[in-house]
Design a protein around this ligand. Structure first.
Ligand code: FAD
Ligand code: DHB
Length: 391
């Protein structure tokens, strides 16, 4: 088999890249280790930046997103039993975020690729990448029990944090920047109408909590837990009890409870591998970087990477230029590091750290108090949260 761009991974990065390439008349094939059902049901992120929404709509895969997505103009920061709204729309001159689950984006993109005749190999086993430091990059895998080889001009490593592409780069090439945090998030999906129309990020002495949603009937909530926590220690009643304590406010607001449909634990990590390219292998999305979830940036960064990568491939095939390909990593990393900074800042401001001293707690409260009282500080949060400009 042969194609122009061989893509490893059918997450948001791989699928969106394949879609953008198709619109430029460039052929690609996607190799994915999981089943279609698995990737279309995997519960992950939910916040789309304005630029991500605009890109999906402009490239013809935003119809359901426009219909079903929940557009939010603000978020709430809650601490000391009081809520403070940040009016992102007003502070950014009319930008917003849209709540639309990552697996819905994945469904829309899979559908678009298959409808356009795109090729995706699901449930591929023993995937490996080869030849990218020479002239003949290839992806080997087996599908339906048969070994196969896909040769291509370039490989896009869109296979997430635990994929095979990044580890296939010879040792000594990449510099890795890594930070782990002494906590994780326990996330639930609940059959309970969201108790707030907008997201609520809560700082509490018992730890962080986040109220989000997936629809007017389904809530998505998170609670800070120890990093190695076992989900078995969290029966449903305990989760609701903890959420009630952390969201409590003075006044008549009430957190509505309901049956928990799904729960899971997500570790918090900051990670960047530089450069994001080696020979004819280009990394995009979680394969190259991870952000702690507090800033809601993971999926959006993946979209920003593949936008640049698609542009660079289009330039190569139309004009033979390699300038954009050569600059790919450098251009991505400027934005990646700004998102890293923002995600780290939101995370450290809102979570309780094990080694927190009374000084640190007072400092965190002072920071939240300053932030919610300063138009300049709120504008800075708002412009990062709705998404910085692409380049
Ligand atoms: P992925 O979505 O990870 O896609 C990679 C794809 O490659 C997967 O489909 C995988 O099956 C496939 N793959 C892996 N290895 C191979 C292989 N060897 N061969 C072939 N295919 C392979 N971000 C937020 O902003 N908010 C959140 O609440 C949030 N929650 C998250 C919860 C979890 C459990 C995880 C893991 C991530 C979460 N994220 C969250 C981050 C966000 O979901 C990611 O940033 C986003 O999925 C990145 O997209 P991607 O396409 O780069 O990688
Ligand atoms: C959601 C996830 C996030 O990481 C975040 O910061 C906000 C919302 C969500 O899943 O809805």
């Amino acid at each position: 088999m042969r194609t122009q761009i061989g893509i490893v991974g059918a997450g948001p990065a791989g699928l969106l890249l394949s879609h953008l390439l198709h619109l430029q008349g460039i052929e690609s094939v996607i190799i994915e280790s999981r089943s279609r059902k698995y990737i279309e049901e995997r519960i992950r992120a939910g916040v789309l930046e304005q630029g991500t929404v605009d890109m999906l709509v402009e490239t013809g895969v935003g119809e359901r997103l426009k219909r079903e997505g929940l557009v939010h103009h603000g978020i709430e920061l809650r601490f000391n039993r009081r809520g403070h709204r940040i009016d992102m729309y007003e502070l950014t001159g009319g930008k917003a975020i849209t709540i639309y689950a990552q697996h819905e984006v994945v469904k829309d993109l899979v559908n678009a690729r298959l409808t356009a005749g795109g090729q995706i190999f699901f449930e591929a086993a023993d995937v490996s990448v080869d030849g990218f430091n020479g002239t003949t990059p290839s992806i080997r895998f087996s599908a339906d029990g048969k070994p196969r080889e896909l040769t291509c001009d370039f490989i896009a490593g869109c296979d997430g944090f635990h994929g095979v592409c990044r580890p296939s780069i010879p040792s000594g090439v990449l510099t890795v920047f890594d930070r782990t945090y002494p906590f994780a998030w326990l996330g639930i999906l609940a059959q309970a109408p969201p108790s707030s129309q907008e997201l609520v990020y809560a700082y509490h002495e018992r730890g962080f909590a986040l109220l989000s949603m997936r629809s007017t009937e389904i809530g998505r909530l998170y609670v800070q837990v120890p990093p190695d926590e076992d989900i078995k220690n969290w029966p449903d009643e305990k989760i609701w009890r903890e959420l009630q304590l952390r969201f409590a406010v003075d006044g008549d607001w009430k957190l509505t409870e309901g049956p928990i449909l799904q729960k899971g634990i997500t570790p918090m990590r900051s990670f960047v591998a530089e450069p994001m390219q080696y020979g004819k292998l280009y990394l995009a999305g979680d394969a190259a970087h991870i952000v702690p979830a507090t800033g809601a940036k993971g999926l959006n960064l993946a979209a920003a990477d593949v936008r640049l990568l698609a542009q660079a491939f289009a330039d190569f095939y139309s004009a033979g230029g390699t300038r954009l390909l050569d600059q790919y990593s450098e251009r991505c990393l400027r934005r990646v590091w700004k998102a890293q900074r923002f995600s780290w800042w939101m995370t450290t401001m809102l979570h309780r750290f094990e080694a927190d001293s009374p000084f640190d707690q007072r400092r965190q409260i002072a920071e939240l108090d300053y932030l919610t009282g300063s138009r300049a500080a709120m504008t800075s949060l708002a412009e990062n949260y709705v998404g910085l400009p692409w380049d």
